[in-house]
Write a protein that binds this ligand. Structure first.
Ligand code: VG1
Ligand code: CO
Length: 543
């Protein structure tokens, strides 16, 4: 079958954000919109003709239609083999693993992650390179530039390829290989953790729940937790992927996974609970009456890594995104390993991982991972916690409190303010950037600002610089406020305010973070000028 060149026109709004291109489903449904963007990746992402590519998504609405478009465009661009998860499913960490395992030239991840799905929800495309990692900023800039002037895309005419059964299909000269989306990933997990110990824990009266939020991790959790580790089927909640995620918001945080928080605060909570997001790269860990703060979780994993099979060689170095609490910095100091501070977004960890400078990293947005893939990995974090509990014989709560007693606590929470007018959001951030240098020395009820700046990242591996990555305000008691605008929304602007306070007095260690950070929250709102500029007084979410 012959490739045809379809005349097209640029869409001016195809700028990739924190994690790929995210837009409302309706935007993606415009004729040629997705094909345009894909062609810009094919024209800039490397040599794909004659190569293998990986593709799959989180099962959300439009996933299958988008995959068929990708099949047509990939065949049109001379790809030799496209490896697709059965029913179009692949979690983000599983896709990253497959790219590396198959030595593929890259992968297309069809997901808007934690954003809601359905016809009125969001859709997205992430492109990962041959390393398995997210496209670096230089590449996303080149892709965006190409979207501004594209005039044709290449595709073949093709009836939809059946993705329901594993096997190979010839699609106009390109092989579409449909694989079980779970098996390779599950096999990888077996090499990283002590499955016998976890199986024994499960068999010994321990109880747990995993909430897949009707997103992609359902089949992964069923295979790993139930089939391979012996968990009873009723430990898995919302385990069937649905195009609209059952109407929920597939974001594992205390607000959107409120059912799990209620369960853990109830009369007979299980010993452990966890949840993951739309594409399976986030995790939330809970114990009875306790949500483990992501920054604490990252620090605890670092402090205990040497107990886990996947870290037999030790921790080489760690990294956290800038807004993430500095709890892990304390652990890195003790371990005597470097701790890098990167901008928000997993892509910035990838160079450090590839270069062997770190093998553990994470973000405050419920994401952690190691060098086993080049993405954050929700189920990996869950298995790490379960393995740790099995080895130490302590509860989640005991592990957390033990950690705080040894290292102190960085009480952390985030407030999100939705500003419907995106332009106004940009102005607010610009004001903050301009005022930052002048904040030094200002006093608030005995707290003094000792430093304030606009964060810029100098990548130590490739020397690239990423400027304007958020405003940081430091106080003399070790507290910190960070401001940045979200890059994953599809309308308006979301101002994220990150609050962190260092707590070491034993009497305060276990107080709720929101309570500990209340004074800082008031200062943060005042400094932001949000009320004066927008009239907005209240956050839409506090996590
Ligand atoms: C958010 C999180 C960030 C994460 C990104 C992608 O970005 O803050 O830490 O890397 O989502 O995660 P933003 O720009 O909205 O703050 V995922 O799980 O949606 O791929
Ligand atoms: Co995600």
């Amino acid at each position: 079958m012959k490739t045809r060149s379809v005349i097209t026109r640029p869409y001016l709004d195809q700028k990739p954000g924190t994690a790929g291109l995210r837009k409302q489903v309706r935007v993606f449904q415009q004729p040629g919109y997705l094909e345009n963007f894909l062609q810009c990746i094919f024209d800039n992402g490397g040599k794909f003709a004659g190569e293998t590519l990986i593709a799959g998504g989180d099962g959300r609405y439009h996933n299958l239609e988008a995959l068929q478009a990708l099949i047509r465009v990939a065949a049109g661009n001379g790809v030799r083999r496209l490896v697709v998860g059965r029913n179009g499913l692949l979690s983000t960490p599983a896709a990253s693993h497959l790219i590396r395992q198959r030595a593929a030239a890259g992968g297309f991840l069809l997901t808007a992650s934690h954003n809601p799905g359905g016809p009125d929800g969001d859709f997205g495309v992430k492109f990962n390179t041959a390393t398995g990692g997210q496209a670096p900023e230089s590449l996303t800039r080149a892709i965006y530039k190409a979207t501004q002037s594209i005039d044709r895309y290449l595709e073949v005419d093709l009836a939809p390829v059946d993705l329901d059964l594993t096997g190979e299909t010839d699609a106009a000269g390109m092989i579409v290989e449909v694989i079980d989306p779970v098996l390779d990933y599950a096999d990888l997990m077996v090499t990283l953790f002590d499955f016998d110990r976890i199986r024994a824990l499960f068999a010994g009266g321990f109880t747990a729940r995993f909430d897949a939020m009707h997103a992609v991790t359902g089949p992964y959790a069923r295979e790993i937790l139930c089939h391979r580790l012996g968990a009873p089927p009723d430990w898995l909640l919302n385990g069937t992927p649905l195009p609209d995620f059952g109407g929920g918001h597939p974001d594992p945080n205390p607000v959107d996974a409120g059912n799990l928080v209620a369960l853990m605060n109830g009369a007979v909570p299980p010993d452990f609970a966890a949840a993951s997001d739309g594409d399976g790269d986030r995790n939330m860990i809970l114990g009875p009456g306790l949500v483990v703060s992501p920054g604490d979780s990252l620090a605890i994993l670092a402090a205990n890594a040497q107990r886990i099979r996947g870290f037999r060689g030790g921790v080489s170095g760690v990294a956290r995104s800038m807004p993430t609490s500095r709890a892990i910095d304390e652990v890195a100091r003790k371990l005597g390993v470097p701790c890098f501070e990167t901008p928000t977004g997993w892509r910035y960890f990838c160079n450090l991982l590839d270069d062997g400078r770190i093998n553990l990293c994470g973000e405050e947005s419920f994401g952690t991972s190691s060098d086993h893939v080049r993405e954050k990995d929700g189920l990996w974090a869950v298995l790490f916690w379960l393995n740790l509990i099995a080895i130490r014989g302590l509860s989640v709560n005991e592990i957390v409190q033990d950690h705080w007693r040894e290292f102190g606590r960085n009480a952390f929470n985030r407030e999100d303010f939705f500003i419907p007018d995106a332009e106004l959001g940009g102005r607010l951030m610009a004001n903050l950037e301009a005022s930052a240098p002048g904040l030094c020395g200002r006093m608030f009820d005995g707290l003094e600002i000792t430093e304030a700046d606009v964060f810029a990242y100098h990548d130590p591996v490739d020397g690239s610089i990423s400027a304007q990555q958020g405003v940081r305000v430091f106080f003399d008691d070790g507290s910190r406020i960070v401001y940045r605008l979200s890059g994953t929304g599809t309308s308006g602007a979301t101002l994220r305010i990150y609050l962190e306070r260092r707590v070491t007095e034993p009497g305060s260690l276990c107080r709720p973070a929101v309570e500990l950070n209340a004074p800082l929250s008031a200062i943060a709102r005042e400094l932001s000028g949000i009320r004066e500029l927008t009239g907005i007084e209240q956050p839409v979410a506090i996590v």
